[in-house]
Each structure stands twice: as C-alpha cells, then as structure tokens.
Design a binder for this molecule. Structure first.
Ligand SMILES: [Zn+2]
Ligand SMILES: [Zn+2]
Length: 345
C-alpha cells in the first residue's frame, strides 16, 4: 500500500493559473464601482446582494462548467442546497446562509450577505473551493488539467519541489484524502486481479471513496495558505477526478458487454480493468515517491485498449458504440500516466 505524505510538485509556467492563482488577496482592494456592485437584498431587510464580475467584458470562459458542477456535486453535503447545470454554465449553492450564484463567464452573485466585507469573504471561499475548475489563461484548460500535465504546456520544466503534508496546518486533511483514494484503488485492483470486479458490485462504494477524496482536496484548498497549497489540493482533486472518469467508463463497458455476454470481450475488459487501477496507483506512486521500482508499463494499457477496440470493430455492432466513445476518454487519462512516467524518469 502506498503511503502518501508528500508530493513531487512540478514547476508550472509563470502564466499558468497554478502559479498565478487568482490573486485572491487583491479582492479586498477591489474598487467599489469597478468589479463589485452592492445593492440591498429585496427579500431580507438589512442584508445586501453583491455582484462581482471577473469576465472583464471578454467572452473567454472563467470556469470549466463540467469540472465546476463535478466539484459542487462532490461537496454537496456541505451545502444546504445546490444545483448545477453544466449545459448552461451556471450553478448555485446555499452555503453558510449565503446564496451564491456562479456563472461560467466569471460573474458571481452573493445574496443575503451582511455587508460588503462579508460578501467578499464568501466570494473568496467560493473561489478557493472551485479553484481547480478555473480556466488557465496559458493553455485554456481548467487548472485541474494543468496540475496533472494533461495540457502539456503548463509544466514548464522538469524540476520538482517536494511538498510535505506535515508542513501544512491542515495537512492531515490531505493525508485523509490521499488515503481514501489509495485504499479504494488498491481494493479495486485486488478485485480486478481476482476477476471479481463485476460480481463485487464495487462501483458504488468506490465512487463514494473517490468523492470523499475530492471533498478533502476541496476542504484543504478552502483553508490552505499560499499558492503552493492550492496546487497540492488541485492535484488530489485531479487524481480523484481521473479515477472517477475511469470508473464511469468502466460502468458503461460492463453494462454493454455483460448484456451481450461476449466472453472474449469480457476477458479483455477484465484485463483493462486491472490496467486501469494499476495505472492510477502507479501515477500516485510517481507523484508521491518518484518511485519507478515496479515493472508496470502504462503504455501496455493503451495496447489492451487497442485490442478491445479492434475486437469491437470486428464485431461491427452498434451496441458497442458507447464503448468506442468511452475509449477516447480512457486514452486521454492513460496518456497522463505515460507523460509522468517519462517526465520523472
Ligand atoms: Zn495552466
Ligand atoms: Zn495548462
């Protein structure tokens, strides 16, 4: 079992959101009429409604709404109410008595705040919470993709600094998050190795543990001081999100292939399942220990995936279309592992 208590943090390009941050401190100096507009609440006397606009009139997206909604969903037990529609790029939460509306173009509305300072505090917390969904102006992808090197342009050079969790006052939260993720990945790998992944109906339990890990990443980001902490929080959230995506792809594949009862394809799928969880564990190992003393070859996963795609093409059945759609998503995830494999080596 991997014990994650530190991470190798890559150096990010100066213009990457992970280096720049949102300059949250500057929010306090926002001029009254420039970015923030305050008006009395219509529903509650004495309270105010604040409108903050980061769009700067440009049509560039401020948020990746798919990641944003995923984050809200992972954190929903902290909200009295929440709703998110990534199709229209809008989400709202009722959080600690404030009603917060968030638009993907960078507009925020905070209702039921006591005063201007209170509104800015709520905004500050909200932005930290969803930091990993903010768009990077260097590559145009969400911060969570930069953190895992998926954008291939934000990690500027191959030098690393070690971030020890014990140096952070809320480091135990990070540790919990990583533990929750690594434990469930190990159990998943074990089940897959014994050929019992499907019968064990492990998917739901795994989803809960992965969501827990993401929630801890968000809790950590909410309170951490400095930009370095936000990078680490984003990496944990990113790893959780990748596992979640693999899980969803796997669910689709299992449903289709078990429905068809095609033994040959099911056998390949079982190999793929092993590779999935093996790759995720391997990736965490590289990030946590730079440890490559293990003969796992992430590129083998791509070969298994190719075999599956080829068999599906040979079958020529439209029922398998869903699987083919999922394979490109999987390729994207596994390539991340290959990237780190070469990078740290
Ligand atoms: Zn970036
Ligand atoms: Zn990037």
């Amino acid at each position: 079992m991997i014990d994650v208590s530190e991470l190798n943090l890559p150096r990010f390009s100066d213009s990457c959101i992970l280096s720049e941050g949102l300059k949250i401190g500057e929010l306090d100096d926002m001029s009254e009429d420039e970015v923030i507009e305050v008006s009395p609440c219509t529903s509650e006397r004495g309270n105010i409604m604040a409108e903050i606009d980061f769009s700067g009139g440009k049509d560039k997206l401020f948020l990746d709404s798919e990641v944003f909604c995923f984050l809200l969903e992972s954190y929903k037990r902290h909200f009295a109410k929440s709703k998110c529609e990534h199709g229209i790029g809008f989400g709202r939460v009722l959080w600690k008595g404030r009603k917060i509306h968030v638009y993907e173009n960078g507009k925020f509305k905070i209702h039921q705040a006591h005063d201007r300072e209170d509104a800015i505090r709520s905004l500050n917390s909200m932005i930290r919470l969803i930091f990993s969904g903010l768009m990077c102006r260097n590559c145009g992808r969400p911060a969570v993709d930069c953190a895992l090197g998926k954008c291939s342009s934000c990690i500027s050079e191959t030098s690393y600094e070690v971030a020890r969790f014990q140096d952070y006052f809320n480091g135990p939260i990070l540790k919990d998050g990583f533990d929750s993720l690594t434990h469930v990945l190990h159990s998943a790998l074990e089940l897959a190795e014994e050929g019992e992944w499907e019968e064990a109906k492990f998917s739901l339990r795994m989803e809960r543990s992965v969501r827990d890990a993401i929630e801890q990443g968000m809790n950590f980001s909410l309170e951490t001081e400095g930009q370095k902490g936000l990078k680490i929080g984003t990496m944990l959230i990113g790893l959780g999100r990748e596992s979640f995506r693999l899980l969803k792809c796997l669910d689709v594949m299992n449903t289709v292939l078990h429905g068809e009862g095609n033994e040959k394809l099911l056998e390949t799928l079982n190999n793929l399942t092993k590779s999935f969880w093996g790759s995720e564990i391997y990736l965490i190992n590289i990030l946590a220990n730079g440890d490559l003393e293990n003969d796992f070859k992430p590129s083998e996963t791509l070969k298994v995936l190719d075999r599956l795609k080829k068999s599906i093409r040979d079958e020529n059945m439209s029922e398998y279309d869903d699987i083919v759609i999922n394979t490109s998503e999987i390729e994207d995830i596994i390539k991340t592992v290959c990237f780190w494999n070469n990078e740290v080596n």
